[in-house]
Design a protein around this ligand. Structure first.
Ligand code: BEZ
Length: 218
């Protein structure tokens, strides 16, 4: 991997609202640069290691849902410390055993320079495996959500899609997504910051807890 252009290359954790650090790296689809993905949503996720049980189930499930991410104008990109040739061998095994081709890029990060820049591993980590970190990066390259799972629990692909749907819906409608929101459900209006609206609200919760009555997304 080439050098990072980042303030985060000392292993500091990134936060929501930070710009995703630029990198270039080798991947299963050729050399890639993060900034080439600007203009689309991107789900960048790390996995602890190739040829491991939970990771294999995640890759099979993600490959099967790849079209669903594409329909949301969202690219997928995986990353681990394993070599490019390990990635190739694993993808070949997945295709032969599960009859599905993983076509999204898997980056090799043998020195953990990317994993550390994104805070996927702690600076004190004494083994090289990244945890299951997922970054939802918007078309402007800004981190909008992230999740972190341990090595022994696999991610929910429906929840990844729901998070993406919610992020896109709140951007489109300038609204808020309530608990358990799903596409088609009502969004919420942002609370007012005008005292007059607080006093004039019909119901005591109406000034801070109101459904958005505009367009509903499918
Ligand atoms: C797994 O994907 O199954 C796994 C990876 C690293 C440690 C333990 C389990």
């Amino acid at each position: 991997m080439d050098q990072l252009a980042s303030d985060h290359d000392r292993g500091e954790a990134l936060r929501i609202g930070d710009r995703a650090p630029e990198f270039t790296a080798r991947s299963t689809t050729g050399d890639i640069r993060l900034s080439d993905f600007l203009g689309r949503w991107l789900v960048l996720f790390s996995h602890p290691a190739d040829f491991t049980p939970v990771c294999t189930t995640e890759f099979v499930a993600l490959a099967r849902e790849a079209d669903a991410f594409d329909q949301r104008d969202c690219a997928l990109m995986a990353l681990s410390v394993d070599s490019l040739f390990s990635h190739f061998a694993w993808l070949r095994m997945i295709r032969d055993r599960f009859d599905i081709e993983v076509r999204f890029p898997i980056v090799e990060d043998p020195t953990l320079v990317i994993g550390r820049a994104f805070g996927m591993v702690s600076p004190q980590a004494n083994d090289s495996a990244t945890v299951r970190t997922t970054f939802f990066i918007d078309p402007q390259g800004v981190i909008r959500a992230m999740t972190c799972y341990p090595a022994n629990v696999g991610r929910s692909i429906p929840e990844m899609l729901r998070t993406l749907d919610a992020l896109q819906a709140v951007d489109e409608d300038q609204a808020l997504a309530p608990a358990n929101w799903r596409p088609g459900d009502a969004l919420l209006k942002p609370p007012t910051n005008m005292l007059d609206e607080v006093y004039s609200a019909k119901h005591e919760t109406d000034w801070f807890l109101r459904e958005e009555t505009g367009a509903r997304r499918k």
